[in-house]
Design a protein around this ligand. Structure first.
Ligand code: PXP
Length: 238
């Protein structure tokens, strides 16, 4: 049965809309955990547009499940990760002008830099996942770099509009997950997943955990965080 880790960045996005102290991401993380999720994810961005350093510090002390820090593989953020020691770091590409992460990390082009960050994190016993497109060359590079996990980018699948595109992308994700597992990598998946499109991925037994943010927080605004998380858990663990 797959696990569900919830990205709570958008709770901090609402707070930052007014630069006030609420809503509090730490309280949100506790509610998400009480609803039964398997992990909490936050992305500490270079521009601190939502989650900030203090959030990360307090979450490290309060998260009871598993704290996964999404981060660009830069020296500044790596030093913070080494100090905070989350349970896992997921390395993602980051552009200042993007609204959300666009595309997977190009592990092949940034091989040396990513390898250095992975080994620095490993020295502090932090597991590392690389967010990659469903592409066998990138997955093989992730293995060579000694990543523990890959998180397969599901964004192209979630944006697909025709049935043939959807089917092609499901097949891509499925084959990539199988390939990664065969190489000895563990497999997560995420980006753009919602209450409708998740159902066609849950049969892929190679996927250990789904990482979902926007759709859960968007629903939570209308129905409450507890209900939004529980409804997604039913779909993920069906
Ligand atoms: N996985 C990664 C690596 C991401 O960067 C994000 C977005 O922060 C997610 C999963 C979650 O995506 P969404 O918010 O679309 O569910």
């Amino acid at each position: 049965m797959a696990k569900l880790a919830v990205n709570i960045d958008h709770i901090a996005t609402i707070r930052e809309a007014r630069k006030e102290s609420e809503p509090e991401p730490v309280t949100a993380a506790s509610l998400v955990e009480l609803a039964g999720c398997d992990g909490i994810i936050v992305h500490l961005r270079e521009d601190r547009r939502h989650i900030n350093d203090r959030d990360l510090e307090v979450l490290r002390k309060t998260v009871k499940t598993k704290l996964n820090l999404e981060m660009a593989p830069t020296d500044e953020i790596t030093k913070i990760a080494l100090k905070i020691r989350p349970d896992m770091c997921t390395l993602v590409p980051e552009k200042r002008e993007e609204l959300t992460t666009e595309g997977g990390l190009d592990v092949i082009s940034h091989f040396q830099m990513v390898r250095d960050v992975v080994s620095r994190l490993h020295r502090k016993n932090i597991r590392v996942s690389l967010f990659v497109d469903p592409n066998s060359d990138q997955i093989e590079a992730a293995k060579k770099i000694k990543a523990d996990y890959v998180e397969i980018h599901t964004g192209i699948y979630s944006n697909a509009r025709t049935e043939s595109d959807v089917e092609r992308e499901i097949k891509n994700i499925e084959e990539s997950a199988r390939h990664a597992l065969r190489l000895g990598l563990r497999v997560n998946a995420g980006h753009g997943l919602d209450y409708h499109n998740i159902q066609r991925l849950t049969h892929i037994s190679e996927i250990e955990e789904f990482s979902i943010g926007h759709s859960i927080i968007a629903r939570a605004v209308l129905v409450g965080l507890d209900r939004a998380v529980r409804e997604m858990l039913v779909l993920v663990k069906n």
